[in-house]
Design a protein around this ligand. Structure first.
Ligand code: NDP
Length: 321
């Protein structure tokens, strides 16, 4: 039975990837920083089928010990300081976790077993002030916040270990992807959670920043499937994972409120405090390489994604969760 290691398994993507790998017969090992505080509720019933290990990716020896102890065939590095509030906050810690931890992981793999296949979760924030649109694997990087800079370091480390050490290291350049398991502070989940609460009479209004901000939003389960596909190829490479289309926060609100028979204009209020020091240019990914070489296609449309998230929050809020 093949073993896979997922760092950040209790996060949104970790939970979907764990489900996918279990369904494919893998033995799944996942890291969390602290068993007592990690939001393992996302893992639900599958947590019984997974081996959870505590690991802070700031410690080199811990990473080596996990690799030696479990001998994975594949490693997916999903752990990161990744919330929207952390794009600018505590840049030194962001660099430690998102950048240097990638170096620690790749170095540990090189020492313990360089044949391990590695997938790094990189980000569209690496494009930042992009010089072209849509962005592809060939677009020049120009990150505009410490998170994007840290992810770029991890991305290049992965490329460098592939080229210098001939390791099977891939980088998935991920555009925004959402789901009912998205963290509560991200705008999409903030909207769908509020829609449910407003519909159920538990909340009156929703305060949001720029309603015209546009994002390329896909479905998380589709993106982790592509990461798995990347590690099944004959040759390691980097791929943009995106939908290729953008929608505004206003469109998201209109659909989400409309799905439960409400008008967003009756409930959404402008919050001028949601301003950011330097907003990335409009980012929209070109997934054609992944579609051509991996045979990957997203399975959920924007409308279905919004409705799926609202339905899940209606159910959770209705049950008092
Ligand atoms: P989440 O925030 O849901 O999960 C990230 C996980 O990282 C958390 O569960 C957290 O673990 C873990 N983590 C944070 N700091 C540390 C640390 N010091 N040591 C070990 N683990 C740590 O993110 P997603 O699942 O949404 O994203 C997965 C990856 O994809 C991330 O790397 C993110 O940057 C990247 N990405 C995601 C995008 C998206 O739209 N979702 C877009 C672009 C990139 P714990 O449970 O222990 O707190």
């Amino acid at each position: 039975m093949a073993t896979a290691l997922i760092t950040g398994i209790a996060g949104q993507d970790g939970s979907y990837l764990a489900e996918l790998l279990l369904s494919k017969g893998y033995r799944v090992i996942g890291t969390v920083r602290d068993r007592n505080t990690a939001g393992c509720d996302r893992l639900g019933d599958i947590s019984r089928s997974i081996e959870i290990v505590e690991a802070n990716l700031l410690e080199q020896t811990v990473i080596e010990r996990i690799l030696e102890g479990h001998r994975p065939l594949e490693v997916y590095n999903l752990a990161a300081r990744a919330s929207s509030s952390q794009l600018f906050e505590d840049p030194v810690l962001t660099g430690e976790v998102n950048a240097l931890a990638v170096a620690r992981l790749l170095e540990a793999i090189r020492k313990v077993d360089p044949s391990i296949r590695f997938c790094q979760a990189s980000s569209s924030e690496m494009f930042g002030n992009a010089s072209e649109s849509p962005q592809s694997e060939k677009t020049q990087f120009y990150p505009r916040n410490p998170y994007g800079v840290s992810k770029l370091y991890g991305h290049w480390f992965s490329v460098n270990y592939r080229e210098s050490h001939k390791m099977f290291a891939c980088s998935s350049i991920l555009f925004n992807h959402e789901s009912p398991r998205r963290g509560a502070h991200f705008v999409t989940r903030k909207i769908t959670r509020s829609v449910a609460k407003i519909k159920l009479g538990l909340q009156r209004n929703l305060h949001l920043g720029d309603l015209e901000a546009r994002r390329d939003w896909g479905y998380a389960a589709d993106y982790v499937y592509a990461m798995w596909l990347m590690l099944q190829q004959a040759v390691a490479d980097d791929y943009v994972l995106a939908t290729g289309e953008t929608h505004s926060v206003r469109q998201f609100c209109k659909l989400a409120f409309g799905h439960v028979g409400l008008n967003y204009e009756d409930h959404v209020l402008r919050d001028d405090n949601s301003w950011r020091p330097s907003e990335a240019a409009q980012l929209v990914g070109d997934p054609s390489k992944a579609e051509r070489l991996l045979g990957w296609r997203r399975s959920v449309s924007f409308t279905d994604l919004v409705c799926m998230m609202v339905d899940a929050d209606m159910k959770a809020c209705g049950q008092g969760r």
